[in-house]
Design a protein around this ligand. Structure first.
Ligand code: FEO
Length: 392
């Protein structure tokens, strides 16, 4: 593919990874992804902003075939999907310097064995002149690792935030063309990658209020020529109130927990609560993460396996704990044969969730009248609590 112009002397030179289906050996990528790199040609100097994944270095190097000199490689983030091809770029351009945060330098030396002499480190707010174009570096830790920064191209009012505001979406559209599709992909990306850092991202968003931004050019997915689309979405995900939603990840081995889940979902729906039900035997874990962005309550459904929760349920609880969603309430429903410590074990797996734990409902064997009554009671409690808090 040819380099694609964004503004005068500013080009997208990315790689589209249509076939990638897993990121970090963890995150499902149903729609592939892209690794967006950018060339900014000033009147005196040329900068490459971010690079591409190691696996697609050839794509980036093809763009650079007719580029005789690169002065700076801006590394907003050290993760290899953006930095992996930097060593090859540095090998082609022996005078090029890598511009990054001090932490970014440490990590790039450690991860890619780049010699220390190849770096220029920049502080928050520092600028780098390319002649008639100026790059400003905004330190923004934890989007997605501790070393991350954003780059702002002042004259063109382009924000290049690397992972922040990205979406795992392979597309030939340079800019957002289908807002519904990109909203879904960006929300999935936020849920899986950014949600654990929502508090600090809220502060980064406040800082960005001070910048005039015409284009947001992230390093995954299409660019935003209407920045308010993604900025407003992030504001709602990061600091909006949770919604009148129960997320219900569960698994059932012999039908008892399944029967409880079916009954409970009906009980909640009948009380006006939206339920997002995920059978963990088959679910896309990214969909579960997305549902956690908005939900006020999570109810975990599990049978008892060797005294504890089913391992798939334990995995989902571990994931929810790591993602730190805005949940306010948690409960557990399920079944056992002769004894269970599933509730105690699950509670111990979610220390990061600052939630009220509502009385669990465990059935000995197949649920009976008193179990259904207890599920009705739990559904009423949840509906009332959502109402009291104004979760709509
Ligand atoms: Fe796209 Fe954190 O790497």
């Amino acid at each position: 593919m040819k380099a694609r112009q964004i503004k005068t002397n500013v080009y997208w030179v990315g790689a589209i990874d249509w076939d990638r289906r897993l990121f970090d050996a963890l995150i499902p990528l149903p729609d592939g992804t892209s690794y967006n790199a950018y060339l900014v040609q000033g009147s005196q100097k040329l900068a490459l902003i971010d690079a591409v994944d190691t696996s697609m270095t050839d794509v980036l190097m093809a763009y650079l075939d007719n580029v005789p000199v690169i002065d700076y490689v801006i590394a907003n983030h050290a993760e290899q999907d953006h930095s992996g091809s930097i060593p090859q770029v540095l090998a082609k351009y022996p005078d090029a310097k890598v511009v990054t945060t001090p932490k970014g330098k440490d990590m790039l030396v450690a991860l890619l064995l780049i010699p220390e002499g190849r770096f220029i480190t920049v502080s928050d707010g520092e600028t780098l002149s390319l002649g008639d174009k100026t790059l400003e570096f905004i330190h923004a830790p934890w989007v997605h690792w501790s070393e991350t920064m954003l780059t702002y191209l002042r004259e063109d009012k382009i924000l290049l935030p690397c992972d922040l505001f990205g979406s795992h979406l392979a597309t030939t559209d340079l800019y957002v063309a289908d807002e519904g599709q990109v909203y879904e992909a960006a929300k999935r990306y936020y849920a899986e990658i950014m949600m654990p850092f929502s508090t600090i991202i809220e502060k980064h968003l406040e800082k960005l209020d001070g910048y005039k931004i015409d284009v947001i050019a992230p390093s995954h997915g299409p660019l935003y020529d209407k920045p308010s689309f993604i900025l407003e979405a992030y504001r709602s995900w990061v600091s909006g109130p949770p919604k009148n939603i129960v997320v219900l990840p569960y698994i059932s081995m012999h039908g008892s927990t399944q029967k409880m889940v079916e009954y409970f979902v009906g009980a909640l729906a009948g009380r006006g609560v939206t339920v997002k039900q995920f059978n963990l035997a088959a679910t896309d874990i990214g969909k579960l993460a997305m549902a956690l962005v908005d939900a006020a309550t999570m109810v975990i459904g599990t049978p008892t396996v060797l005294v504890g929760p089913h391992p798939n349920v334990a995995h989902a609880a571990f994931l929810a704990n790591a993602l730190r969603p805005r949940l306010q309430f948690v409960s557990i429903i399920g079944s056992y044969g002769w004894g269970s410590k599933a509730v105690e074990q699950l509670k111990g797996m979610i220390p990061n969730l600052k939630v009220e734990v509502l009385a669990p409902v465990l059935s000995k064997g197949f649920p009976r009248k008193e179990d259904f009554k207890a599920l009705d009671s739990l559904a009423s409690t949840i509906a009332e609590k959502h109402k009291e808090h104004g979760f709509a």
